[in-house]
Write a new protein. Structure first.
Length: 461
């Protein structure tokens, strides 16, 4: 170990090492600073005395880089002995004696060591991720296996969630993205989960580390944080790049026969509209601090309302129902916030019935900035159907029956086409058939089965 010399401040340079230690011990024992500077003939302000004393020489601790003994500032009367780090006077290396201290040495050598350790760890972590999520190990699906909805979601992702490189689908949590993929996060999660489980898309191993769960050794991930790669082959079993696949889907949906879309499109009209109403409902409930949790019932009511009203018209029912729930709670009529929030679906239904019975003149509402239009809606209605924002301004049922049915179904115009079971969740009580239609009039809702002919009537509460 080398040696160092400690240079004394001019004010205490006349004192020997023994005198300095004697002064310091008296200082710690409580002798007044004014008495000490007089006793030891030190010309300074009493408040500056401790700063003039040389640091302690720590022969028990040497610098890892300089092989020199380290120094430690002396504690003040009110301080803690380990408050000051042990320091190297040559390179600035610091050692913190407190085991609970989370401070790190800021010297150049330690900073470099941390950078190197981080680099090595990132290389090791990236190897784990690339091994577990290897794209080469995934067999691409043939383009012919894609249905309309999968093509639509991919086309939307390609248009709204890619950058200039166009080599992957960017994270759906990317703050640069202006439009959400779907009206609600739950719908986005369901669509992404479907594409992943169907192996239409695979995780991009180049996704940032925070997109993976390190606690599980990166073997799980956060679907809205990772980047994605399409896993579709157009010919010869080779995975198509995004540019090629985007062009193929675009031409397919824009130029080819659209009749095959029919069944999927009908259900999708309702799904997007339902989620747009829920998006607005969540916003209004949050705005008025109304606790809303009746999602399942609300979806059923919304789907019935959509038979006759557009999303822009149902906005009015939502506003009135949420306002009513807020007053119901604030005036003490409810048993709690949850009870008040649960009244919203029934109130919406009641308003819809009154509007039909009284033949109200329903004026459409405008979109609000807090509920932005989804990228999926823009691609479907503006690009493919060439009817700008029709999903917001038109009832999906009336839109289908009056305008789209002739285009997407060769059967007689006006024939009922039931929504897919997984969209409306309704079934006949007699035969369990999903081919049912909900008809709303006055104060009742009738569930009509098109298989067995049964009619079930329900009255709104």
């Amino acid at each position: 170990m080398g040696s160092i010399e400690i240079e004394l401040e001019p004010e205490v340079s006349h004192l020997s090492a023994e005198q300095i230690e004697e002064l310091y011990q008296k200082y710690l024992s409580g002798v007044k600073n004014s008495e000490l500077i007089e006793e030891f003939s030190i010309e300074t302000n009493p408040n500056k005395l401790i700063k003039l004393l040389p640091p302690l020489l720590r022969d028990d601790c040497q610098c890892d880089y300089c092989d020199l003994p380290m120094l430690q500032k002396r504690k003040s009367k009110s301080g803690y002995s380990s408050a000051h780090p042990i320091e190297c006077s040559a390179c600035g290396h610091e050692v913190y004696e407190n085991s609970y201290s989370n401070q790190q040495c800021r010297c150049k050598q330690c900073a470099q060591k941390r950078l190197e350790a981080k680099r090595v760890k990132e290389l090791e972590d990236r190897e784990k991720i690339e091994s577990h999520y290897s794209v080469e190990s995934k067999q691409p699906l043939p383009y012919s296996s894609l249905n309309f909805l999968e093509k639509l979601i991919l086309l939307t992702l390609f248009r709204d969630h890619t950058d200039g490189e166009f080599d992957c689908i960017l994270s759906l949590n990317d703050s640069v993205r202006v439009d959400p993929l779907c009206p609600t996060e739950s719908m986005t999660n369901e669509f992404i989960a479907h594409l992943y489980e169907a192996k239409v898309i695979v995780v991009d191993p180049k996704s940032r580390f925070s997109a993976f769960n390190e606690e599980e050794d990166f073997e799980s991930f956060y679907p809205l944080r990772v980047q994605w790669i399409s896993n579709i082959s157009i010919d010869a079993g080779t995975r198509a790049d995004l540019k090629t696949l985007h062009l193929a889907i675009y031409r397919d949906l824009r130029e080819n026969d659209k009749q095959s879309w029919g069944e999927e499109l009908y259900g999708l009209l309702y799904l997007i509209a339902t989620e747009e109403v829920l998006q607005y409902l969540y916003y209004k409930a949050d705005e008025l601090d109304v606790q809303f949790g009746a999602d399942k019932k609300a979806r059923e009511v919304i789907q019935v309302l959509l038979e006759n009203f557009s999303v822009s018209q149902i906005y009015y029912f939502v506003r009135k129902a949420v306002d009513n729930a807020h007053l119901f709670y604030s005036k003490g009529y409810s048993t709690g916030k949850k009870h008040a929030g649960n009244t919203i679906p029934n109130k919406m239904m009641s308003l819809g019935e009154r509007a039909l019975k009284g033949e109200w003149s329903m004026y459409p509402s405008s979109r609000v900035s807090a509920c932005p239009r989804s990228a999926l809606s823009k691609v479907l209605f503006d690009l493919l159907l060439e009817d700008e924002d029709a999903g917001f301004t038109k009832s999906p049922e009336l839109y289908w029956m009056d305008e789209l049915h002739p285009l997407f179904n060769s059967s007689e115009v006006g024939e009922f086409k039931p929504k897919p079971a997984d969209e409306h969740g309704l079934a006949c009580l007699e035969c369990s058939s999903k081919a049912v239609k909900a008809d709303m009039s006055n104060d009742r809702v009738a569930l009509i089965c098109h298989d067995c002919g049964a009619v079930h009537e329900f009255k709104a509460l």
